[in-house]
Design a protein around this ligand. Structure first.
Ligand code: GLV
Ligand code: MN
Ligand code: MN
Length: 417
């Protein structure tokens, strides 16, 4: 590893820490869409982009875009980037790595007055996780022209609409159409992201080329049974909403365990106004089901829906099932995967291809351009969406070296499939 690589690795890691200080929950990293911490992070990212020699713009969705002008300014731009929002009590690399790594690389090129035949744009997407308003990929959808304006009416836990939160932070939702990137301005989108799983770690490999991003379907499930006294209502006559939810959760677990590449999660399960001495009359659950193959996902979703109806009918519980998210799997373009592979080979790093079980902004960006991703090994057994998510400075440096090599050799084939 050269000294420059090592310095880049250290700069990336230091900035990841600095950005993690922008949190709405002291002692943990939580940065949800349009919170003060989220907007402070946007300001910090914009400052680093300027320092690195980029011109910076933002849009109505809160995306921050740094542009490093090319030798032919009118050429379509190579886009890279990731998201600066986080889950609650999340990890610090999920998202920021893919923003801070290219900023560090641009800064190095800028110091050497190195320009490319194409402009390079680093996009800090404002929202990917869907935490605050139960709607995901808001930043990348705004750029791709697929932002569903109905979600502006979604409310957060405090009853505030997304529309009001945006306006409160100084963004005008009516200006969202102006955020759309015309297809002919974009050559490709590539994202560097922590793997968020154990595959590279287990195989002792620092980096991997993503082949495809899994499809996903999410639901919010409302169960309404009958509340009652925990001491007096006989077990046989209960219509316990929480137990219906528990049975549904176990069904999802068993159904998804049965097939490789299929995963299902009940990440939220609440009993509103619950108490130790009250039979739960109401329960709210989130359901997230994912698979690399769309047919596998569809079949699992059909089975889960059927099971929910059967369980609730048997238990006398009324069910409201609302789909909050649906995405088909998205393939990473062969020609971009090949250019990542060439970069790895030139840098002497073994090539490993793997699918992504996690969702990423590339899913939305694929509506306007070809996409690809580079995964960086995740430490601590591959844990992510958790404060103990980690990666090494050496791996950050290797990823920066490969990214630099990729950009320096990047070219769009005359005809790509
Ligand atoms: C985003 O991180 C997701 O895959 O849910
Ligand atoms: Mn992410
Ligand atoms: Mn995430």
């Amino acid at each position: 590893m050269t000294t420059i690589d090592a310095l880049l690795g250290e700069e990336i890691m230091q900035r990841v820490e600095l950005l993690a200080a922008h949190t709405e929950q002291p002692g943990m990293l939580t940065r949800t869409y349009m919170s003060t911490a989220h907007q402070d992070a946007a300001g910090q990212i914009a400052a680093w982009m300027r320092e690195a020699g980029m011109t910076v713009r933002s849009d109505a969705a809160g995306n921050v875009i740094g542009r490093y002008e090319g030798l032919t300014p009118d050429a379509p731009a190579l886009l890279t980037g990731s998201h600066y929002d986080s889950v609650r009590d999340g990890g610090r690399y999920d998202g920021p790595l893919g923003i801070l790594l290219p900023i560090a690389c641009v800064s190095a090129w800028h110091r050497l007055s190195r320009r490319f035949p194409f402009p390079l744009e680093v996009v800090a997407f404002s929202e990917e996780e869907g935490v605050r308003f139960k709607a995901t990929l808001l930043g990348s959808r705004a750029l791709a022209g697929t932002f569903d304006t109905r979600v502006l009416d979604n409310i957060d836990d405090g009853g505030k609409t997304m529309r009001d939160a945006m306006r409160g932070a100084g963004y005008e939702p009516d200006d969202l159409p102006a955020a759309v990137l015309p297809r002919n301005r974009v050559a490709a989108f590539v994202e560097v992201h922590i793997e968020q799983g154990p595959v590279l770690l287990d195989e002792k490999l620092p980096l991997g080329i993503v082949t495809a991003i899994s499809g996903a379907t999410r639901f919010m499930l409302e169960l309404d049974g009958m509340a009652g006294h925990a001491g007096t209502v006989p077990m046989q006559s209960r219509r316990d909403a929480a137990m219906a939810g528990a049975e549904i959760g176990l069904f999802i677990e068993q159904r998804c365990q049965a097939e490789l590449g299929l995963v299902g999660t009940v990440g939220q399960f609440t009993v509103p106004n619950g108490a130790a001495n009250v039979v739960p009359g109401r329960a709210l659950l989130s359901i997230d089901i994912r698979a690399g193959e769309d047919a596998v996902l569809r079949a699992a979703v059909d089975d889960v829906r059927a099971a929910i109806n059967a369980i609730c009918a048997r238990r006398g519980v009324r069910v409201t099932l609302r789909k909050t998210y649906e995405a088909v799997s998205v393939a990473c373009a062969d020609w971009l995967q090949a250019q990542w592979a060439d970069a790895l080979r030139r840098c002497g790093i073994p090539q490993r291809r793997l699918p992504s079980g996690a969702g990423h902004d590339g899913m939305a960006m694929a509506a306007i351009t070809d996409i690809a991703m580079l995964f960086v090994r995740c430490g601590n057994g591959g844990i992510s969406h958790h404060p103990s998510e980690t990666m090494s400075t050496e791996d950050a440096a290797l990823a920066a070296r490969v990214f630099i090599d990729f950009v320096e050799h990047f070219s769009v084939p005359a005809v790509c499939d």
